[in-house]
Design a protein around this ligand. Structure first.
Ligand code: GRF
Length: 201
């Protein structure tokens, strides 16, 4: 049975694009809906270009809009890919253990409210960490706190800027997220990936 995936986005959509590239008619997971809190999110164009239905939530804090969409598209798994708002609690409850997020650092370090985008990589560099990476985890009521499903490490290099580090982490994100979604589809629910995660090139 195909796992029906909804992807929630707020911005650029490169992880969405990586997912759409990795998931096709022959894979056990398919993106059936892209949700956004912002009508101007470039990620919506990524979805539209590939013919994936989109919806802009009128009020992202209202669970009714979410639940109507998720039921209409018979969604099995929610993927937060650069979604910057909290998901309303009733949605968390209804989709408990069926919601994942990707974060551009090695959680539990450098996570939590307000830790997104450039700030994450600045914090890694400011603390002098020798490595960073990407984390995929289950979503619960608190930002970046749910159980970790997979991590991939990336070296911090001498002279790294937040932008250079972000680009290196992003490249890993684009392989880690599809790997976790495909493993979830194979298992019927999100599962931890064995370390070290074997990523496709
Ligand atoms: C990624 O770095 C992801 O880890 C974080 O937000 C960023 C989204 O980038 N949660 P994109 O919109 O997928 O390009």
């Amino acid at each position: 049975m195909t796992m029906r995936v909804a992807v929630a986005v707020s911005g650029r959509g490169s992880n969405l694009e990586a997912l759409l590239r990795a998931l096709g008619p022959d894979t056990p997971a398919r993106v059936v809906l892209v949700l956004s809190n912002r009508a101007d999110a470039p990620a919506l164009r990524v979805a539209a270009t590939r013919g994936v239905p989109t919806d802009v939530l009128e009020d992202p804090a209202d669970p009714a809009g979410w639940l109507t969409d998720l039921e209409r598209y018979r969604v099995d798994l929610i993927v937060l890919a650069g979604y910057l708002k909290l998901v309303p609690a009733p949605v968390i409850t209804r989709y408990r253990d069926r919601k994942i997020n990707i974060h551009p650092a090695l959680l539990p370090a450098h996570g939590g409210k307000g830790m997104y985008g450039r700030r994450v990589h600045e914090a890694v560099l400011a603390r002098g960490d020798r490595e960073s990476g990407a984390t995929v985890h289950l979503v619960d009521e608190v930002y970046d706190r749910g159980a970790i499903l997979a991590q991939q490490r990336v070296a911090v290099l001498p002279g790294d800027s937040p932008e250079r580090l972000a680009a290196r982490v992003l490249e890993v994100e684009h392989r880690l997220l599809p790997a976790v979604v495909l493993a979830a589809a194979a298992a019927g629910r999100p599962v931890p990936l064995p370390e070290p995660v074997e990523l496709s090139p």
